[in-house]
Design a protein around this ligand. Structure first.
Ligand code: SF4
Length: 327
């Protein structure tokens, strides 16, 4: 495996205008705030946090599907380094073949009027990756087999399938153009627990067999623990902690991470009632708290937390955190 990250994000900010203003610039909402991270090739990088923490916007920015206000996103492919925020139309067309998205909702993601074959083949045709229908059929059959789809089903329409089968069709559609980097945004959230395990195992085996790199976005920490190599925790647009999965789950350092982990349901009766409840709602990103953005909900906040932004520090090898109380 290469030592060079496949995706490198540096000091990324993503802003959205709030409505229109007749007098100058409208107020802006900062959805991603000064985020830096590295995703190594052929790994699962997990991104967790509550709804509204900016996970989806960060993932979309990496695919150039959300505006990049400042900072850089680099994508290293062979000897080519793409600056994702400054690509020409031609480069963007090439990039789209290498970086793809698996949608959250397998029911909404598939066109009900198209057969499974046509749904999977569509990206090949749109991106002009095949010359003939036979060539497209061959690629569709190959990826359908890898995604454990019955080839007989290629002639059917999406309504004939269960949620798990639809998600496998959706995954086949994403992977048919042989991408290197895949953003999986809450890809199992809409499925039953038993089906979730099936889809997670499929993603893991596809990653091994095809050498894929995943950004795996989820609010469910137990799912992330099952599949990811590295995890970053987001709160109100910023990353507050990042570590190899085992280190994050056994030695969480940031109070927000500790609260999220303590809320995972447990079968041990002795652990029940020990969850650290987070008080209040996540604040509005339009007017984020000063200093540490988590101070309004942090059970151990001090005076300086309200004034000083905590620095991002490596507290042990590969384990970094932004908190005044972690040395
Ligand atoms: Fe809590 Fe302060 Fe650490 Fe922020 S910096 S997480 S408010 S202790």
């Amino acid at each position: 495996m290469s030592n060079q990250p496949l995706v490198e994000v540096e000091n990324l900010n993503v802003d959205f205008p709030l409505g229109r203003s007749l007098l100058g610039k409208p107020p802006m909402l900062r959805a991603v705030n000064d985020v830096s991270l590295k995703i190594m090739p052929q790994t699962f990088f997990g991104l967790v946090g509550e709804s509204g923490s900016g996970k989806t916007t960060l993932g979309r920015a990496m695919l150039r599907a959300a505006p990049i206000t400042s900072g850089t996103i680099s994508f290293n492919h062979g000897n080519t380094k793409y600056d994702v925020g400054a690509m020409s139309k031609m480069e963007l067309k090439e990039y789209r073949k290498k970086a793809q998205l698996i949608f959250q909702d397998p029911y909404a993601a598939l066109n009900p009027r198209m057969t499974v074959r046509d749904i999977i083949a569509e990206p090949l045709e749109v991106m002009e990756l095949v010359q003939t229908r036979e060539e497209a059929d061959q690629k569709v059959r190959e990826i359908a087999s890898k995604c454990r789809l019955n080839l007989e089903h290629l002639r059917r329409f999406p309504h004939a399938f269960s949620g798990g089968q639809r998600q496998r069709i959706s995954i086949a559609r994403t992977l048919v153009c042989s991408p290197n980097f895949v953003v999986a945004d809450e890809s199992v959230a809409a499925l039953d627990v038993s089906i979730q395990a099936d889809i997670l195992n499929l993603l893991k085996s596809l990653q091994n067999n095809l050498g894929l790199t995943f950004l795996f976005i989820s609010h469910d920490l137990s799912v992330v623990a099952h599949i990811c190599d590295t995890v970053a925790v987001m709160y109100l647009g910023t990353i507050v902690e990042s570590a190899p999965t085992r280190s994050l789950f056994t030695q969480p350092k940031h109070p927000y991470t500790k609260a999220l982990l303590s809320a995972i349901p447990t079968l041990n009766p002795e652990d029940r009632g020990k969850a650290q409840k987070l008080e209040g709602e996540i604040p509005s990103p339009v007017n984020p708290p000063s200093g540490c953005r988590f101070h309004t909900r942090c059970p151990v906040a001090e005076d300086r937390c309200r004034k000083e932004v905590p620095q991002w520090r490596e507290s042990s090898p590969g384990h970094s955190v932004a908190c005044h109380l972690v040395g």
